[in-house]
Design a protein around this ligand. Structure first.
Ligand SMILES: [Zn+2]
Length: 433
């Protein structure tokens, strides 16, 4: 059955960045059949299910290209501390108490927040990751994810590196061929791993046909540690280990010089910018303009809910744009269209999923619809401006992934949200038990 979604605007994000008035999106079997004027599509598809969204804008679903969704359990648990104090005094001791059940509940909450605020796909790394795979499968989201690994064993999930490699091989079989979920091999960062582990992780990505990702060049102290230990900055260090490959995505990349960016370009790697996390943890400001000049694909991510503290990509677009303007003392830096591009087309690059990020025939049917009747969304002089600078995320009234409606008009359609809230209330204080 063909579904025809109609609204006052469709923002396609295609190569020409076409914006269509009085427009419709036709969907069948999880794919977009056609995008165009409502009058025309009504003639082309007379026998269809109609969903009229009224004064709204249909647009590609936002893509959260770096997060740790289960950390919603630690939202507001520790803020306003120096990064290492925050990690060692508060976050790591609490994480030591995590169970697979808690990780799944935390993931469900973040997924609900993303579905509510217009995100359709995400790239996640954490521990007890099998629980997050289950949450994404249940709620119907698209995701790339995997178990994060460091050189410190035993970890919460694995007693040693061999156990980690076995787990990854088993999970690769479990999720092989899934229509929405793909595994990645995810060493945590250069400063929590060693060359041997990183090389083995890269080989494991090839062996299991998984993607590869890592936190990289996040802080100045990471650069200094890498220089001391290996005589190289973090990005040349990764290059020396063969980690800069076209299936690789690096999270943060705040501290990158010209040579670093040349290497990322030569490796055809994607980068994920996390403006809120970088500001909150005072990591610095990523050189987005320079990376784009080097033709490095740049996506946007929220990072985890303990360092953001939301999973709301509408907020992230706003912050990405404003941060570049103030950093460069240039109000033309990172215009609204670029912020939207990073959150859609850039996300497609970072998740290595070419069939998402735009609304065009043949693409996967991942889209959202923002209500334009709220006071902050009127008038519409420039729809992209309203999306990036005026929206809050709560205008979203429809979230569709792979053609399936996950949220519509205030209702979650793939989860019992009230039951989730009751569970969250019931586990209060888990980190102290
Ligand atoms: Zn992170």
């Amino acid at each position: 059955m063909i579904s025809l979604y109609t609204a006052d605007y469709v923002v396609t994000q295609n190569d020409a960045r076409d914006i269509i008035r009085n427009a419709a999106v036709a969907v069948e079997d999880g794919r977009i059949l056609s995008v165009g004027h409502t009058d025309l599509l009504e003639i082309l598809f007379p026998e269809c299910r109609r969903v009229d969204l009224g004064h709204a804008v249909i647009m590609p679903g936002l893509i959260n290209a770096h997060t740790h969704v289960s950390m919603s359990l630690l939202r507001g648990y520790s803020d306003d501390k120096a990064l290492m104090d925050w990690l060692t005094q508060d976050i790591f001791p609490a994480e030591a108490k995590l169970t697979p059940e808690l990780v799944e509940l935390g993931a469900m909450f973040s997924l609900a927040e993303m579905i509510r605020t217009g995100t359709t796909a995400f790239y996640d790394m954490y521990m007890h990751q099998r629980s997050v795979f289950r949450a994404a499968d249940k709620l119907g989201m698209r995701a790339v994810m995997g178990e994060s690994v460091t050189q410190f064993f035993p970890s919460l999930t694995c007693k040693d590196a061999e156990a980690y490699f076995d787990l990854v091989r088993v999970q690769a079989d479990e999720w092989k061929g899934h229509p929405r979920i793909r595994q990645a091999i995810l060493p945590h960062a250069p400063y929590t791993t060693n060359p041997e582990l990183l090389t083995k992780c890269r080989a494991l990505a090839d062996e299991t046909q998984s993607l590869f990702g890592m936190h990289l060049a996040e802080t100045e102290s990471e650069t200094q540690t890498c220089l001391q230990n290996f005589g190289m900055r973090p990005i040349p260090y990764c290059e020396s280990l063969g980690l800069l490959q076209p299936d690789s995505t690096f999270f943060h990349v705040v501290h990158a010089d010209e040579r670093d960016m040349e290497l990322l370009n030569e490796g055809r790697c994607a980068v994920v910018h996390n403006p809120a996390s970088n500001m909150k943890l005072a990591s610095g400001v990523a050189p987005i303009g320079a990376m784009l000049r080097y033709r490095i694909p740049v996506a946007l991510g929220t990072d985890g809910p303990a360092s953001n503290n939301a999973q709301n990509m509408v907020r992230e677009m706003y912050m990405a744009s404003l941060l570049q303007k103030v950093q460069n003392l240039d109000s033309t830096a990172c215009p609204a269209q670029l912020a939207l591009d990073m959150a859609t087309r850039g996300g497609s690059d970072a998740l290595h999923e070419p069939l998402i990020g735009t609304l065009e025939p043949g693409m996967k049917a991942d889209f959202i619809a923002l209500d334009l009747t709220t006071p902050n969304m009127q008038p519409v002089h420039n729809i992209v401006s309203n999306i990036v600078y005026a929206a809050t995320g709560l205008e979203n009234k429809l979230t569709v992934v792979d053609g399936q409606e996950l949220y519509r008009d205030g209702k979650f359609l793939t989860c019992d949200y009230e039951a989730l809230c009751a569970e969250m209330k019931a586990i209060h204080g888990w980190e102290k038990k």
